[in-house]
Design a protein around this ligand. Structure first.
Ligand code: ADP
Length: 211
């Protein structure tokens, strides 16, 4: 039974997340990383992909499980009997959001506590969104995310680029319309000027017949 749950988008997991988990695991023991799945939110990676990236990043860290959840974190926690929500805090800008979330969760489930952990100075500026932006433009994300996450982003953006290019070339080529039915063969030889091999054979045939 996990004592604590660390909920988030993890789209994708960064070294900032990994750092928080490695620091709190020895204190809390069993922790579930809860991958949020909101039907209206756009993610770079599917929930299953995000889960796999988290699992690989935390290989060897004891007491860690990873789950996907759609809905309220506190509902999941009641189901599994967890009591602590872990959240990370980077800048003042995070504070107001985390304060609202913590108080809302307290209102929904008074026995559940939120534990806020400060980001380590070296990961203070690391966020999934900025890391994605850097990777999208081909910048280096070395040291900001585990290497397999960097590779996964590179592959995904390359896929997206190829898909976008394909769309553009399809648009430029125009809509695919069925070739119009061939007009009936004209009687006049002048208008039956050969254009292709098949036309040529037809033309020579007519010519031969005429002569
Ligand atoms: P969410 O969409 O729920 O904010 P995130 O995956 O962005 O999901 O973040 C999950 C939690 O991890 C949040 O509490 C966030 O503040 C924290 N967090 C994100 N990046 C870092 C970081 N570099 N250092 C410490 N905590 C972080």
């Amino acid at each position: 039974m996990p004592v604590a749950v660390y909920p988030g988008s993890f789209d994708p997991i960064t070294n900032g997340h990994v750092d928080i988990i490695r620091r709190i695991q020895p204190i809390l023991g069993e922790i579930t990383i809860l991958i949020a799945q909101h039907p209206t939110k756009k993610y770079l990676f599917t929930a299953e992909e995000r889960k796999a990236l988290v699992e690989t990043s935390l290989k060897g860290v004891p007491g860690i499980s990873v789950a996907i959840h759609q809905g309220l974190t506190v509902d999941y926690m009641r189901e599994v009997g967890a009591r602590v929500i872990v959240r990370g805090l980077r800048a003042v800008t995070d504070f107001e959001y985390e304060l609202v979330m913590a108080n809302m969760n307290k209102k929904l489930a008074p026995t559940i506590e939120t534990m806020i952990v400060f980001a380590s100075p070296e990961f203070y500026y690391v966020a999934s969104s900025t890391v994605k932006e850097v990777a999208m433009h081909g910048g280096s994300v070395k040291g900001l995310v585990p290497p397999h996450v960097a590779q996964a982003m590179k592959d995904r953006f390359a896929e997206q680029k190829r898909a976008a290019q394909k769309q553009v070339s399809q648009k430029q080529a125009g809509p695919e319309v069925e070739a119009p039915a061939k007009p009936p063969a004209k009687k006049s030889l002048r208008s039956d000027k050969p254009k292709s091999k098949s036309h040529l054979s037809q033309y020579t045939h007519l010519k031969r017949r005429k002569s």
